[in-house]
Design a protein around this ligand. Sequence first.
Ligand code: NAX
Ligand code: ADP
Ligand code: K
Length: 500
Amino acid sequence: MKILTGSQIKEADQYTIKNEPIDSIALMERASNAIAQWVCENIDKTISLLFLVGKGNNGGDGLAVARILFHAGYDCLVCMLTDKEDELSEECRYNLERLPKYVRFDSPSLRRFSIVRFSDLEPDAIIIDALLGSGVKGDLREPLSEIIDQVNGLPNKVISVDLPSGMKTEFGNAGQSIIKAGVTLTLEFPKLAMLLPEAGEYCGDIKILPIGLSKDFIDKAITEYHYITNDLIKGIVRKRDKFAHKGIYGHALLICGSRGMSGAAVLCAGAALRSGCGLVTVHLPQLERFSLQAIYPSAMTSLDNDDCFSELPENLDNYSAIGIGCGLGKAPRTIKTFELLLKSSTKPMVIDADALNILADNYELRQFVPEGSILTPHPGELKRLVGEWKDEQEKILLVRELAANLKSVIIVKGAHTMVCLPGGNCYFNSTGNSGMAKGGSGDVLTGYVTGLLARGYNNWQAAILGVYIHGLAGDRASVRYGLEAMNSKDLIDELTLDIK
Ligand SMILES: NC(=O)C1=CN([C@@H]2O[C@H](COP(=O)(O)OP(=O)(O)OC[C@H]3O[C@@H](n4cnc5c(N)ncnc54)[C@H](O)[C@@H]3O)[C@@H](O)[C@H]2O)[C@@H](O)CC1
Ligand SMILES: Nc1ncnc2c1ncn2[C@@H]1O[C@H](COP(=O)(O)OP(=O)(O)O)[C@@H](O)[C@H]1O
Ligand SMILES: [K+]
C-alpha cells in the first residue's frame, strides 16, 4: 500500500470529488460512516462519547460521526472549539447545521466549553478527537495545545479521527503537543509520521479505514514510502513445487555464536529451518555445538576449532546465502576472518549484530560487502554505521545513502521496521508488537531472512517477506503467551508462511 503525503492526500480527495464524481460533503459522509461503523463494532452503547471538534474538515468528520452515532443510540456530547460560522470550513458548517438539536452541545459562544469541564467526565467515557487532522500547519495556536495537554492528563481512552490532533503527517513532530490516542482511525492510508519513532507512539493502535478515494489517482501517485500489507506479501510468496527436492531450494550458511553465545546460533538456525530452504548449515565453535544439535537436529554443523569465528567454512561456493553476526563477538581474529570471508565470497549476505559493529569500526571493509546483501541494524547499530541524526528525516536520508552505496537492502529494526531498498524506496512493516522487544528476536529475523534468501527470494523480497512474517509470528505469540511472557524462541514456532 502506498503511503502518500498530506498534500497528495488532499489532491486525492479533490481528484475523487471531481472524477468519481462525488461532492465533498458526500465524501466526508463516507469517511464518517466508516468511522461510525468501527465505533459501533467496537464500543458498547452504554459508554458515553465526548466529541472534541475543530474548525476544519477533521471537525466536520467529528460532527458527522456524532450525528450518525446519536441516531445509532449512543450518548454523545459535542464540544466545539468555536461555532462562529465564518471560522468553520464549509463542510464543517454543513455538518453543524445537520447535528440533531437533541445532541448535547457545548461551545465558547454558549460560554460552557471550558477545559475545566473535563473533570466532570465519567472515567469510562471515551473521547473522540476530531480537533485537527491533516490540515495542521506550523506550531499549535492556543487554546489547542492547552486542550491537548489537558486531554493527555485524563485517564479516559481517546480515539483519534484520521490523525492524533497536533500530529503533522510526515516530519517535524518532535517536541509538539499531540493527542495521545489509544486508537487512531486513519482514512485510506497510514500517514508516514505514524510509523516513525518520533511521534508514532501517539497513535496507539492504527486502524486504516478505506473511504474509496480514486484508484486511478492512487495508481498514478508517486511515492517512495510504502506500507507492507498482506496483499503485497501474497504477491511475493512462491509455491513449492510438487516434485521439489532439497537441492533446488538452496543451502543457508549461518555463521554465528562464540563462547557462551550458542543461544544466538540456536535461534538463528531454528528460524532458518522454518524458511523453506533446502539445507541449513551452522558454522560455530565446536564446544558450542551441543545445544544446537540437541534442539535442531535438522541443521548441519561446520565446526570452528576456536572459541569464536576464526576459520572460514569449507566450500563456501556450495552455499546459496550466508547469514553472519548473531552472537559472533568482535575478537581480533574474528574481525580478520570476517574480512577474509568478505573478500572470498560474492554470495549475498545477511549481516547483523557484531558483524555490523565490525563494519562500523572498520570502514574500509564496507567496499567488500557483496552487492545484493541485507543489513539488519537496530537503531543503536545504525548509529554506529551512519552516525547520529538530528531527526527522522535525516535518519531516512542516511539509511538511503547507505543502501545506495552498498547496493544492498537495509532493514532498520523496531516498531514498524523500515526496509530501505538501494533505489530509495522504503517499506514500513505493519506487523509485530512490543513483546518482541526482547533479546534474541533479531537473531530469529536474521536466520529467517537468510533462509528466504537461500530459498531463492531476491534480497528485497526476502527482507520484506521476512520482516512481515517475523512480525506476524510475534503477533501470534502474543495471542498465545501475552506481550510480557512471550519470548524470542516462541517466534520460531509461529513462523509460518500461511498467508490468507
Ligand atoms: N473532502 C475532504 O477533503 C475530506 C477530508 N477529510 C477530513 O479532513 C481532514 C483535513 O481537513 P482540513 O484540511 O480542513 O484540515 P484540519 O481540519 O485538519 O485542520 C484545519 C483547521 O485547523 C486549523 N489549524 C491549522 N493549523 C493550526 C495550528 N497550528 N494551530 C491551530 N489551529 C490550526 C485551521 O485554521 C483550520 O481551521 C482530514 O484529516 C480528514 O479528517 C475526510 O472527511 C475525508 C474527505
Ligand atoms: N516495539 C516493537 N514493536 C514491534 N517489533 C519490535 C519492537 N521492538 C523490537 N521489535 C522487533 O524485535 C526485533 C529485535 O531485534 P534486535 O534489537 O536485533 O534484538 P536482539 O539483538 O536481541 O536479537 C526486531 O525485529 C524488531 O523489529
Ligand atoms: K484528529
